[in-house]
Design a protein around this ligand. Structure first.
Ligand SMILES: Nc1ncnc2c1ncn2[C@@H]1O[C@H](COP(=O)(O)OP(=O)(O)OP(=O)(O)O)[C@@H](O)[C@H]1O
Ligand SMILES: [Mg+2]
Length: 340
């Protein structure tokens, strides 16, 4: 490996910046409409971006352009400023974790062997690999003593997804691509894994591109949401703005923006609260909630308590408060209607 390549490999292991500049992907024989149509957007290092949109709108295609499972028909994708075309695809994929819907584990490999695939390709020694495998299995809630020697067929769907996630982050890639990783799971497993992915992202700080159909999942996980339709990105914004200020009627309907209770159950208290002045006194009897929490359950608490406001804490420290005007401010629709 040349010094330049080596430096680039190292760079790919820290959170990457991914830029799409007028990128289109046209499949042969797929009619006139490109699967991805003139997409321009930037994903900042360490950002958690969620792609959402109806079936067939191009989410998977966009994701696969990032690790060069597909190459763009036109436009340029660059990673940390380097055009993808200049990076060999296998090299790129070694540094990008990829999780697909049904786990995609190798059935004849044990859990440990599955997780160790990329470290193996990177030439890690046995001890380092084994330690990393155990560490990750613990991190995704699978005690290594119990699970390392099992085969995928001896795991539940949720456990397979956990192994898929552990495998994807095994070599500490700077980029994690996740294509509807929890689509096939029951609601409880799904919500547990969402929390785990969020914690993992907070700990590891990779750049994550995550595909889902589910606006609740998107609102929970995303720093920014890209709403897609027919290959185009209609809106690329924070969950709060997508929910409160949908770019058009299509986005409004997709995120259920007309339903106030739904909006309140999607918006986080952190986004709705009034920040507390450090000098402002907090009464000993004021009701308290802890972040993270959505506005809807917080509103229940506020109403039940009969108090004029609830104090919002983060890590035990009061950081703001939520009162009825604050709730109202995130309830009022700002839907940009077509032609309005
Ligand atoms: N390998 C391929 N060859 C030809 N056409 C393809 C190929 N892959 C995807 N397409 C087409 O490109 C469009 C976008 O597909 P894509 O898989 O990206 O959608 P998606 O948003 O991921 O959908 P879903 O939510 O159902 O997974 C679709 O019209 C699809 O039929
Ligand atoms: Mg897809």
């Amino acid at each position: 490996m040349t010094a330049q390549r080596e430096a680039f490999s190292t760079a790919l292991q820290s959170a990457t910046r991914i830029e799409f500049d007028h990128v289109s992907k046209q499949f042969d024989g797929n009619g006139a409409r490109p699967a991805v149509d003139d997409v321009t957007l930037t994903i900042e290092p360490g950002e958690f971006v969620v792609l959402i949109g109806p079936s067939g709108c191009g989410k998977t295609t966009l994701l696969k352009l990032i690790n060069r499972l597909y190459d763009a028909t036109s436009g340029i994708i660059s990673i940390d400023g380097a055009p993808l075309q200049e990076i060999a695809a296998p090299e790129l994929r070694r540094h990008m974790g990829y999780v697909i819907q049904q786990g995609g584990l190798f059935p004849h490999y044990t859990v440990a062997e599955n997780v160790a695939i990329v470290p193996g390709l990177l030439g890690w020694d046995k001890a380092r690999t084994a330690a990393r495998v155990d560490e990750l299995l613990r991190l995704v809630g699978l005690p290594p003593e119990e699970y390392r020697e099992r085969y995928p067929s001896q795991l539940s769907g949720g456990q397979q997804q956990r192994v898929g996630i552990a495998r994807a982050v095994a070599a500490a890639p700077g980029t994690l691509l996740m294509d509807e990783p929890f689509g096939a799971l029951d609601a409880i497993t799904r919500s547990r894994l969402q929390e785990e992915v969020r914690d993992l992202h907070q700990q590891l700080g990779q750049t994550v591109v995550f595909v889902t159909h589910d606006i609740d999942e998107a609102a929970l996980l995303a720093d920014r949401i890209a709403v897609m339709r027919e290959g185009r990105v209609l809106q690329y914004d924070t969950p709060l703005n997508v929910i409160l200020r949908p770019a058009d009627a299509f986005v409004a309907e997709l995120v259920g923006a007309d339903d106030i209770l739904r909006r309140l159950s999607l918006v986080s208290v952190a986004a709705a609260m009034v920040e507390l002045d450090a000098a402002e006194p907090v009464g000993p009897d004021e009701p308290v909630i802890d972040l993270p929490m959505r506005v809807r359950p917080a509103l229940n608490l506020l109403l039940e308590s009969g108090a004029p406001r609830v104090i919002v804490r983060e890590g035990g420290v009061p950081v703001g408060y939520l009162d009825l005007p604050a709730v109202q401010a995130v309830s009022v629709p700002h839907v940009a209607r077509d032609g309005a």
